[in-house]
Ligand binder design. Structure first.
Ligand SMILES: N[C@@H](CCC[C@H](N)C(=O)O)C(=O)O
Length: 286
C-alpha cells in the first residue's frame, strides 16, 4: 500500500504527517503504521505519526500516535506543524482557526513574515491539576505539587499536570545531570500513573527562563515536547518559581518555546514549525 506523507518537526520533535483528506487508512492498521513508519531502520524514522483529518467540530482535526503505536490525546509541537500544513495548503483561509484533538478543541494563530509562516501560537487550554484527572492514583481532587515521589532508593519531588495528556515534572539543579535516561522510562510506566506519563526534568534559570528535558510516553527521549513545555511552566508557577501572565522561555534540546499561563487559566505556546520532506511510504502488514 502506498501512502503519501510529509515529515515535519517542531524543534526536532519530528512526526510523519498523513493528510487524511487524501489518504484512507483502516483504523486497525493505524497503530501498526505508526510503529513501522517511525522505525529509523526499516521505516522513515520519527517520534510517531500524526493524522491531519476532517473534523465535524473544528476547522481541522488532528490525531497523534507515539512511536510505539499508542495514541496520545494532544501534541503541542504537532499542533504547530498541523497549523503550518493546513495554512500553506489553503485548507483554511485565515491565520486564526480551530483544531480538534482528542483532548479538545484548540485555537491556532499563524504569524507570517514576508508571506511565509514564521511562528505559530496555540491556546493550549486550561491545565488539569486534580490528581484523579491527571490521572494519578491517590486522593481525589488533590493537586500534586512538590509531592515526595519514591523510586527505589531515590526520593524525588513531583508536580503533576495534565495538558490534556499527563506530565510528571521534576525540578533539578543542573539539567546536564538530570537522570533522564536512568529514570525516564521507569517513571513513564510507573503504576501510580494508570495511563502512563510523560516525564520532564526542568532547571529554573530565572523566573522567565527554564531548561527542559523530556522522556515522552510511548516515544522515549525526544528533542522537544510542546505540551511538556506548557506543563513545566505551569509547574514552575505552582511552585512559586515563575509568575502568571509572563512569557517564559523554555530551552529544549531542539530550541526554544515561549509559554505563558494567563490569569484566565489558559496556557499559550509560541514557536516554530518546519517541513522536512514529502514522500511515499510503502506499507505492508507483516
Ligand atoms: N510531543 C508531544 C506529545 C506527544 C504525545 C505524548 N507522548 C503522549 O503520549 O501524551 C508534544 O509536543 O506535546
Amino acid at each position: 500500500m502506498k501512502i503519501e506523507f510529509t515529515k515535519m518537526h517542531g524543534l526536532g520533535n519530528n512526526y510523519i504527517y498523513i493528510d487524511m483528506f487524501q489518504e484512507t487508512l483502516s483504523e486497525k492498521d493505524i497503530p501498526m503504521i505508526a510503529r513501522d513508519v517511525s522505525d529509523i531502520h526499516t521505516g522513515v524514522g520519527s517520534d510517531g505519526l500524526i493524522l491531519i483529518t476532517p473534523s465535524e467540530n473544528a476547522e481541522i482535526g488532528m490525531r497523534i500516535f507515539n512511536k510505539d503505536g499508542s495514541e496520545g490525546k494532544t501534541c503541542g509541537n504537532g499542533l504547530r506543524c498541523v497549523a503550518k500544513y493546513v495554512y500553506e495548503k489553503q485548507f483554511v483561509h485565515t491565520t486564526h482557526f480551530t483544531i480538534e484533538t482528542k483532548a479538545g478543541i484548540v485555537e491556532a494563530y499563524v504569524e507570517l513574515s514576508d508571506g511565509e509562516v514564521n511562528s505559530i501560537t496555540v491556546d493550549m487550554g486550561i491545565p488539569v491539576l486534580n490528581r484523579s484527572n491527571i490521572p494519578m492514583i491517590g486522593a481525589e481532587q488533590e493537586k500534586v505539587i512538590s509531592e515526595p515521589f519514591e523510586l527505589g532508593a531515590e526520593s524525588l519531588s513531583l508536580t503533576a499536570v495534565s495538558m490534556g495528556n499527563p506530565h510528571a515534572v521534576f525540578f533539578v539543579d543542573d539539567i546536564q545531570k538530570s537522570p533522564l535516561y536512568e529514570l525516564g522510562s521507569i517513571i513513564s510506566t510507573d503504576n501510580r500513573f494508570p495511563e502512563g506519563v510523560n516525564c520532564e526534568f526542568i532547571e529554573v534559570i530565572n523566573p522567565n527562563e527554564i531548561n527542559f528535558r523530556v522522556w515522552e510516553r510511548g516515544s522515549g527521549v525526544t528533542q522537544a515536547c510542546g505540551s511538556g513545555a506548557c506543563a513545566s511552566v505551569v509547574a514552575s508557577i505552582l511552585n512559586g518559581y515563575s509568575r502568571k501572565d509572563e512569557e517564559i522561555c523554555v530551552h529544549l534540546t531542539g530550541g526554544d518555546l515561549w509559554i505563558k499561563w494567563a490569569s484566565d487559566g489558559h496556557v499559550w505556546m509560541r514557536g516554530p514549525a518546519e517541513t522536512i520532506a514529502n514522500g511515499e511510504y510503502y506499507w505492508s502488514q507483516h
